[in-house]
Design a protein around this ligand. Structure first.
Ligand code: SAM
Length: 327
């Protein structure tokens, strides 16, 4: 049986991560970041490894030639290894964005955002899987990618992931709901963390803070994303389906009315989620500005299972048609 390049690369990541995990007594995800950095730097950076381990690592690394692989194959194989590591240690809210969602957002970005270069920010960048999936789809445009995440291990994985794909991302390890040291961007893509934001003092700076108790992090993330968008900039946000039904929803509605034009809500297929409460949608917004305009009609789509190609084709054609009529 022929081994695909993705399987081939995955086994290099997987075997060498497992070796480092055991020798350094670290988690698989930490070891994946270490081995990714070794592969990128083409040297073994960890000190104090046994001779045998160095030999075993070298043997795997010698069979690897980064320039041989297209960026998407590198991303996919790194994603498989990260998924394996996440099963062991990552909390559900920090999960990587699935490929199908990333591909769809990549398509939408290519259709909605005309500027080149595109300054593209993900304020919850995690492993960088969503951001690099989107960047890899902007084939005729230059993208200046920026990512922020509060989790230092995930930022390290994003850094290694971006290096291996040769994307010069700017990455920040910080709370995205505090001040960001970046200029406004053309577009934002983000799979928002859902839940309560524990920092009430920080939340008090936001219009979307809750009147009592902790505020919803995902509401504050929407406001912060609007803050860091240029006028007329686009936002592509993965949101929980219940976003407009919570007790804080009226305030959110009012805020959105004032600052953005809602362009589209695409409900992701139920087959992607374990239960009804965890179902999500892609919300597309445009920040108001001289060039921005309200669409004649908000695009509302219930996405079919993304594995049925003919159904997906039909929906993409519907989206294309809507763009022709509304942009
Ligand atoms: N799109 C990412 C990927 O492909 O790996 C996954 C995003 S995950 C659903 C949500 C991310 O939000 C997690 O990586 C988590 O660490 C991050 N996060 C949660 N609260 C945050 C905060 N206050 N500031 C910055 N990042 C935060």
């Amino acid at each position: 049986m022929k081994i695909s390049p993705v399987e081939d690369l995955f086994s290099i990541f997987n075997e060498t991560a497992a070796i480092l995990q055991e020798e350094l007594s670290i988690t698989y995800l930490e070891a994946l970041a270490e081995t990714g950095e070794n592969l990128f730097q083409q040297s073994i950076l960890q000190e104090g490894l046994s001779e045998l381990t160095v030999k075993r690592l070298k043997k795997s690394y010698d069979s690897f030639q980064l320039s041989k692989y297209p960026k998407e194959e590198i991303r996919k194989s790194f994603q498989l290894a990260a998924l394996k590591g996440m099963k062991e240690s990552v909390q559900p809210n920090h999960q990587m964005t699935p490929d199908t969602v990333g591909m769809l957002i990549g398509y939408l970005v290519s259709k909605f955002v005309d500027s080149s270069p595109i300054r593209l920010l993900d304020p919850a960048v995690g492993t960088g899987n969503l951001l690099t999936t989107v960047i890899n789809q902007q084939t005729n445009k230059t993208v200046e990618g920026i990512g922020v995440d509060i989790d230092d291990l995930l930022v390290k994985l994003a850094y290694v992931n971006a290096n291996l794909q040769e994307h010069p991302l700017q990455l920040f390890n910080q709370d995205s709901l505090e001040a960001l040291f970046i200029d406004p961007v053309d577009a934002i893509v983000s799979d928002l963390p859902v839940g309560y934001y524990p920092n009430d003092a920080g939340a008090s700076q936001y219009k979307l803070k809750s009147d009592e108790g902790h505020s919803y992090a995902h509401h504050l993330f929407i406001e912060q994303s609007v803050n860091y968008s240029k006028d007329g900039g686009y936002l592509f946000l993965v949101i929980p389906n219940g976003l407009f039904e919570s007790k804080e929803a009226p305030k959110l509605h009012e805020y959105l009315q004032e600052h953005v034009y809602i362009q589209a809500i695409l409900q992701l297929p139920s087959t992607m989620f374990r239960n009804k409460d965890s179902m999500k949608s892609i919300l597309i917004l445009q920040k108001k500005g001289a060039e921005a305009k309200q669409p004649k009609q908000v695009l509302l789509v219930n996405l079919p299972s993304l594995s049925i190609a003919t159904e997906v084709d039909k929906i993409l054609r519907k989206i294309d048609q809507w763009i022709v009529e509304n942009k």
